[in-house]
Design a protein around this ligand. Structure first.
Ligand code: HEC
Length: 101
């Protein structure tokens, strides 16, 4: 029973297999920077200060950042079908290194 409870509790907090596969890659923040300029600046600003959408310059975990980029949210488009896993890993490396503070 205890095992069953743990199993049921997992999906809410554990990354999905798709997100985990991206988390297992090593991101390159330089490549991520050009992807960010192409895909994210309009909505979030050059330095994450906000644009047509809110600021994203406050820290988020790797898992939360990758999940948001992969699946989007209410108004942010999902990039999971538009970008390769490696692109999303690179984007995460860039925002972790240069946007979050
Ligand atoms: C069409 C506009 C749009 C684009 C393009 C976009 N986002 Fe978003 N994003 C949003 C909106 C809207 C939210 C919801 C929160 C907000 O407005 O601050 C959000 C939320 C986020 C969050 C979570 C912020 C938080 O405080 O929870 C992150 C991280 C993020 N975006 C990163 C990115 C990255 C990286 C890209 C480029 C791959 C990107 N976004 C592209 C609109 C966009």
């Amino acid at each position: 029973m205890r095992f069953l409870t743990l199993t049921l509790a997992l999906p809410a907090c554990a990354p999905s297999p798709e997100v985990q596969a991206i988390l297992d890659l090593e991101g390159d923040d330089v490549t991520g920077g050009s992807l960010y300029a192409d895909r994210c600046t309009e909505c979030h600003g050059e330095s994450g200060e906000g644009g047509t959408a809110g600021a994203i310059d406050h820290p988020h975990s790797d898992a939360s950042t990758v999940r948001t980029i992969f699946q989007g949210n209410a108004t942010m488009p999902a990039f999971g079908d538009l970008l390769q896993d490696q692109d999303i890993a690179d984007l995460n490396a860039f925002v972790q290194a240069s946007i979050y503070r």
